[in-house]
Write a protein that binds this ligand. Structure first.
Ligand code: URA
Length: 228
């Protein structure tokens, strides 16, 4: 089942009300015990960014740095994402950035443990948090980073190798595009690294282009959103 924006009983009136609603969900999520990951994590890593963001980027799950700092995409994958955003002309503070799983999945090994992909049971347990974030932010555009995030938003049949870089309409947002996860680019051998990095960067440029179109349409119709 793909994640969708939950219908609201009472639509939010303004930006401040949406920020308050998001803060409330963030506080509740900080105490989440819906799957066992909380026992091995430092903290819940909730989404960051304006409650009125037009664009939401969704990754997989926090890594070591994110677990330590309590913020998504602040480690090596985050640095690459920042570069791609800057190159596309998008400012990170205007984007809402989150993950499908909000505690770090890892196994013992090395100095800081080794990240592992989240299990389906962990993704399912975490789904209500993402659904609530989307219900409050109500993005016009979603960028899915990696196949797991894409399947959450676009459904289980989504195939990243064939469908990355294409636009879809989903219940979660009218414009959805999935790209390669920055962490996946970072672990590529030399031969494929540059090609996959170029895909990530060109997909972010496509998102920025769509962002500007949507912003122009909204400006024409008087809608208020966070700028990035
Ligand atoms: N990878 C993710 O999917 N999310 C993060 O926050 C960091 C790395």
């Amino acid at each position: 089942m793909a994640v969708r924006q939950l219908p609201l009983e009472q639509p939010f009136k303004g930006a401040a009300e949406r920020e308050r609603a998001l803060e409330q969900v963030r506080r509740t999520a900080a105490r989440c015990r819906a799957c066992p990951l909380w026992e091995i994590g430092t903290q819940t890593v909730f989404g960051v960014g304006p409650a009125t963001a037009r664009l939401v980027l969704i990754g997989e799950a926090p890594g070591y740095q994110e677990d330590q700092q309590g913020m998504p995409f602040v480690g090596p994958a985050g640095k690459l994402l920042d570069e791609a955003l800057a190159e596309a002309g998008l400012s990170r503070p205007g984007v809402y950035i989150t993950n499908i799983v909000k505690h770090r999945p890892w196994v013992p090994g090395g100095a800081h443990g080794k990240n592992r992909p989240p299990r389906q049971s962990e993704i399912t347990a975490c789904r209500p948090w993402l659904a609530q974030e989307l219900a409050i932010v109500r993005p016009r555009i979603i960028g899915c980073l990696g196949a797991l995030a894409a399947r959450e938003i676009l459904g289980k049949g989504f195939r990243l190798t064939e469908q990355r870089g294409q636009w879809f309409e989903a219940e979660a947002a009218p414009h959805v595009l999935a790209t390669i996860h920055p962490s996946y680019v970072l672990i590529q051998p030399h031969e494929s690294h540059d090609r996959l990095r170029a895909h990530l960067f060109s997909d972010l440029r496509r998102i920025a282009e769509r962002y500007r179109q949507v912003a122009a349409e909204e400006a024409a119709s008087g809608v208020l959103s966070a700028e990035c």
